[in-house]
Design a protein around this ligand. Structure first.
Ligand SMILES: Cc1cc2nc3c(=O)[nH]c(=O)nc-3n(C[C@H](O)[C@H](O)[C@H](O)COP(=O)(O)OP(=O)(O)OC[C@H]3O[C@@H](n4cnc5c(N)ncnc54)[C@H](O)[C@@H]3O)c2cc1C
Length: 390
């Protein structure tokens, strides 16, 4: 065993772990990042990579509890602002693109939802414009005849997930962080006033543990004696062959799980939270794709954007994410476990720059850039489960 010390051990090298490591290391903390596999391979490598600024559909297929858009939107706005500086801070391109997005409606109920969400967006300082069906088709002639209304948000965007996590990790390393891939965490125990973490042949004593293990966040917390209610789900993505630049904007659906965009390489990415064959990813995080979801998701895309019918589907994959029971993000220190912080949730790609900075503030006891007092892990804790508060 190699005995080490650090100011913070970050568990999980997805986009949240990478962003947290960068912000902590840049502020001068000695950071060790551990991942049981390859960094950025799980939710952060399989994600659609949309930067959601206008309200997202409040339920993905199969989701039981709708998202609280009124609370979520100001957070989305703050997350959007943070993305502006990411490429400069990391001194790297992540193919950040703000070419705007349409959220479309096809039924009168969905149109009413669009109008309601537009009012929330105004309150959150997010500029959106409501268009009727013809107005939407005039703005984006690729939209099909079933579209009856849309909202346009110039800030919706995309960053390439395959570049983002590595860029954060490289920048963290330049600031002195250590990254240990293929190094699964085995134990997390209280040690003096801090924590002792064992992983592979490392034994690390640190004042802080940052649990950003995505779908396995609850498992890592359980090692520390904390039981958190998280629901791992596996959802899938579909990608077409490359085509010349055709669709410059993100297209989403207000009433159904659908998001479509063309990425820099030319492929069209179609997603929206359709479930993989097994909703619960296996212990390795994998789930086979569901043909029903392939057909359902692609048919939706072809209905809303008829040009999709003529494209060849290249590939489909499933990826894991961790949802909270109330679908809101979780970020904060675990009560009764000083120095043990968690962060995660459904749209963590959009939130990564904001949560990276927020985690640094929480570690340093500084006020975070946004109010997160109601997003802490206490609401996910099963009663009297902090076994190590002894
Ligand atoms: C198909 C799909 C589409 C999505 N689309 C979007 C989108 O368009 N926009 C958006 O904002 N969000 C989207 N999301 C959600 C978003 O991608 C995730 O919320 C985010 O990537 C999660 O990042 P993370 O760092 O919290 O977790 P992850 O990326 O899952 O990383 C967790 C890491 O923890 C590691 N780990 C687990 N156990 C251990 C252990 N014992 N020891 C050490 N390490 C461990 C894992 O190996 C993994 O690398 C999507 C997700 C999926 C799956």
């Amino acid at each position: 065993m190699s005995a080490r010390t650090a100011d913070a051990v970050v568990i999980g090298a997805g986009v949240l772990g990478a962003a947290a490591a960068f912000h902590l290391a840049r502020a001068g903390h000695r950071v060790i990042v551990l991942d049981r596999g390859a960094p950025g391979r799980e939710g952060s490598g399989t994600t659609a990579g949309n930067l959601h600024v206008q309200a997202v559909h409040t339920r993905r297929p199969g989701q039981k509890v709708p998202l609280d858009s009124a609370r979520f939107l100001p957070l989305q706005r703050a997350a959007s602002d943070r993305w502006e500086s990411v490429e400069d801070e990391l001194d790297a391109s992540v193919e950040l693109r703000r070419s705007g997005g349409f959220t479309i409606a096809e039924t009168p109920e969905q149109r009413a939802e669009l109008i309601a969400k537009h009012a929330w967006e105004e309150r959150a300082g997010i500029a959106t414009e409501v268009l009727d069906g013809d107005g939407a088709r005039a703005a984006l002639p690729l939209l099909g005849p079933t579209v009856t209304a849309a909202t346009w948000c110039p800030l919706d965007g995309y960053a390439n997930p395959l570049l983002t996590t590595p860029a954060y990790l490289s920048a963290a390393v330049r600031h002195g962080a250590e990254v240990h891939p293929f190094c699964p965490v085995q134990t997390v125990e209280r040690s003096g006033s801090g924590w002792r973490v064992t992983a592979g042949d490392l034994r690390i004593d640190a004042a802080r543990v940052v649990d950003v293990a995505g779908p396995w966040l609850g498992e890592i917390a359980a090692l520390a004696g904390v039981r958190l209610r998280m629901t791992p789900v596996a959802i899938q993505m579909h990608v077409t062959v490359r085509l010349p630049e055709t669709l410059r904007h993100l297209v989403q659906h207000i009433g159904e799980g659908l998001s479509v965009k063309q990425v820099t390489a030319g492929n069209l990415l179609i997603g929206g939270g359709w479930p993989a064959l097994r909703l619960e990813p296996g212990p390795d995080g994998r789930s086979p794709i569901s043909l029903g979801s392939v057909v359902g998701n692609v048919a939706q895309a072809a209905r809303v954007l008829p040009f999709v019918r003529d494209l060849r589907l290249l590939r489909a994959w499933a990826g894991p994410l961790a949802a909270t029971p109330d679908e809101m993000p979780v970020i904060g220190e675990v009560p009764g476990a000083p120095g043990f912080l968690v962060a995660g949730g459904t749209y963590a790609f959009t939130f990564a720059p904001l949560w990276g900075e927020t985690l640094r503030c929480l570690v340093e006891g500084e006020p975070p850039p946004v109010d997160v007092h109601d997003l802490g892990p206490e609401r996910l804790m099963e009663p009297a489960t902090y076994e190590q508060a002894r």
